[in-house]
Design a protein around this ligand. Sequence first.
Ligand code: ADP
Ligand code: ZN
Length: 600
Amino acid sequence: MSSAQDILQSVFGYTSFRPPQDQIVDALIAGEDAFVIMPTGGGKSLCYQIPALVREGCAVVISPLIALMQDQVSALQVLGVRAQFLNSTLDADRVLAIEQALSRGELDLLYIAPERFNQAKTLSLLREVKISLFAIDEAHCVSQWGHDFRADYLQLSLLHTLFPEIPRIALTATADARTRREIIERLDLAAARQFIAGFDRPNIRYRIALKQNAKQQFLQFLKQEHARDAGIVYCLSRSKTEDIASWLCGEGFRALPYHAGLDSRTRAANQATFLREEAVIIVATIAFGMGIDKPDVRFVAHLDLPKTIESYYQETGRAGRDSNPADAWMIYGLQDVIKLRQMMAQSAGTEEHKRAEQQRLNAMLGLCEITSCRRQALLNYFDDALDSPCGNCDTCLQPPATWNGTEAAQMALSVAYRTEQRFGVNHLIDVLRGANTDKIFQFNHHQLASYGIGKDFDNNQWRSVFRQLVARGYLSVDFERFGALRLEEKCRPLLRGEVSIELRKDIKLKAAKQQTQVRLAGDIDIALWEALRECRRQFAEEQGVPPYVIFHDSSLQEMCRLLPRDVQEFGLVSGVGERKQQKYGPAFVRVIADHLPVHR
Ligand code: ADP
Ligand code: ZN
């Protein structure tokens, strides 16, 4: 029997555990139960895969997502691990063959969908064989409070009673305390050791910029930083996802829409293309995400503002699961704030529900307008702390300038007041700037004291002032009156000059060209990188698996740095275990040799 460390190296090709993986692995090997909360990309799978190989018998992994199950099992098989899955996609012969292999003790890991696990037949089969451990993946599915409740998960509470001797590990990335308590209670894990890692995703760079010309800004971001990468773009409406996807195709990208209005065949096909092929961009509504475990999503872009920080964090969390640098990029503007506030005002819920929704949106807007570290604010929102600014968000990298906006804010509030709080932002700006529109003369607004007093600012500067006043709750938007801006109680001290206000200076998104080239490529030879990707693609196609099952991007990058000269040196690359060394080494070494100068 090999030790956990040997297996980590020889099978998975990694040199060391990431704490607290080592402690979790030790606990399970010793036969203890464990409850693991770790952020996406933290490395949860190894926590049970390695004990499964160390302990005698077959590990049973309960996993709710069929697509994930298949990918995980392919990835293990490529490593030479005897893994299989049982779910509704298999025909009867295949099921029988797997059940027989299990009975003969020929499996190391068996992934099972929860509904199949609950069948009497499966349970009696499991009672006849040697089981090394039970792993309950996505354990938050047992919680009715959480967002992915699955009734089949409730039966898993029986595990402890039916198999009292066998260690269990439950894993989730879900943060909040209430869900956590429910998992412990329902899965009978009160005596389990708890391992709670922080929620930070240090490899994700958060950036939120002002929306000016959305398409142009996004195109610049893509071309300069992610020209050949896979990514997800979130939009609010179905029609917008289609519009953006076809526009991106016209710009030379491979982009596909995904939303609940597409028929299920198209949706499945688009999702499969995204998973199996490289550099595909999915343009989606929030319907896209659950069950997407693609590790090499290099960016998540929001072209519309999410309604809550929870959604923002969950959606951006789909980037960079392989822990390589990834971008969470968003643009937003006054129009987004107005649109979302309007959607909420018109939604069907109770007044209390609407108030709660508005509060969550306010928190989201606060994150957009903040002038300090975004990561600190995000983690703080989830009751997790980060002691110093992160150095990997836009406000850390390019600290935003602020200016004393007291006088401008007073002008903006006064013009709303003097026009009887009946007009929207465009007209108010016209009055401030002394424009000659029909509407101004129709309402005699050229005779107001506010008329023309704001000539020093251009249209964009005024929009910035109004946006920040709305985002910070000084002004509200009245949808009964076509978006008229109304004063809130909070204005009074500001109007009376008792307090001052600092506003954020809107800056144009600076092209982060140099920074990201360093981040993505380092001194990597792009031609070699592309050749390695091509080599990976061919193997993936041959074996009918996604490219990342063959090697993660990080392994290819390390090949570019180490430039292994033979199969033995190839074994030193992180992510290259013995099986992959033998199977893929010769081909990749040849690609590298072909790219090097002869005299090296
Ligand atoms: P999670 O399930 O927590 O989202 P995964 O188990 O998919 O995360 O792991 C995320 C990535 O980190 C994978 O690419 C995995 O191979 C890699 N990884 C996990 N543990 C280690 C380790 N000890 N050393 C190097 N890479 C690791
Ligand atoms: Zn920061």
